[in-house]
Write a protein that binds this ligand. Structure first.
Ligand SMILES: Cc1cc2nc3c(=O)[nH]c(=O)nc-3n(C[C@H](O)[C@H](O)[C@H](O)COP(=O)(O)OP(=O)(O)OC[C@H]3O[C@@H](n4cnc5c(N)ncnc54)[C@H](O)[C@@H]3O)c2cc1C
Length: 217
């Protein structure tokens, strides 16, 4: 991979099988929450590259990604075992689905999609935007940051079913730019929920993390 070697600054457990990885920001790297990077490392003699989405509100002097650790995976367990001072390679940022200063944001997140949800929520809150976060997970991560967002005035709903009646009510009432982040199965469920709440999904900013780890795709 044609990337830049950067130092790990911190690896923090932020939920069940979920870590926040803080990395030194490469020179000239200008990223916004919701964009993603490519990380590469040599694992058992083989270079492995995977994409991860910014979960910090800012990207200078460090930036953060939130990684759901798949014990069967090639890269995520390696990232979880990194120590501060070790290095990985970074390329990017990539992607068009990021926060661009909108005054009202509605972020739907599934699983590790909570990363961009908290990053965008915090950035938008700091810019006095109205923030709604709907996060579907059986075992939520980043609970402290979600509570802090709610304390700062955001509407935060954590659910195990993005199509439940109470979520549909929140979606119907929350007007603004819609963002959707997560694995493909969550994107399908979130889109169905938005349709059921009569919210236009045409202009949603969406990032697909690929097939869910336990899917057959
Ligand atoms: C744009 C984008 C943004 C993303 N952002 C994030 C993010 O912010 N956070 C995050 O956690 N993830 C994100 N992802 C997903 C991430 O890139 C990785 O796919 C994820 O971390 C798994 O990588 P891994 O190397 O640990 O697992 P992999 O080695 O890719 O394996 C994943 C699963 O597939 C199984 N598997 C692998 N190969 C086979 C095979 N041949 N046959 C059957 N099963 C197989 C493995 O057993 C494992 O359970 C993003 C993906 C994209 C495309």
């Amino acid at each position: 991979m044609d990337g830049t070697e950067v130092a790990v600054r911190a690896v923090e457990t932020v939920g069940t099988d979920t870590i926040a990885l803080t990395l030194e920001t490469p020179d000239g790297f200008d990223a916004r929450p919701g964009q993603f990077v490519q990380l590469a490392a040599t694992v058992d003699g083989e270079e492995i590259t995977r994409h991860y989405t910014l979960s910090s509100p800012e990207a200078d002097p460090t930036f953060e990604v939130t990684v759901e650790v798949d014990p069967e995976g090639a890269l995520s367990p390696y990232l979880a075992d990194l120590e501060p001072g070790e290095t990985v390679e970074v390329a990017g940022p990539f992607g068009d689905s990021y926060y661009e200063g909108e005054e009202r944001v509605v972020v739907l997140a599934g699983g590790p999609g909570v990363g961009p949800a908290v990053g965008i929520g915090e950035r938008a809150t700091s810019e006095d935007a109205a923030v709604t976060v709907v996060y579907e997970d059986d075992e939520p991560a980043h609970e402290d940051r979600l509570v802090a967002l709610a304390d700062a005035g955001a509407s935060v709903v954590v659910t195990d079913d993005v199509s439940s009646e109470d979520v549909l009510e929140v979606l119907a009432d929350a007007h603004g730019q819609t963002f959707i982040y997560g694995f493909a199965d969550f994107l399908d469920r979130a889109t169905a929920a938005l349709n059921a709440a009569n919210v236009d999904v045409e202009d949603a900013k969406t990032e697909n993390f690929g097939p869910a780890p336990d899917s057959d795709a």
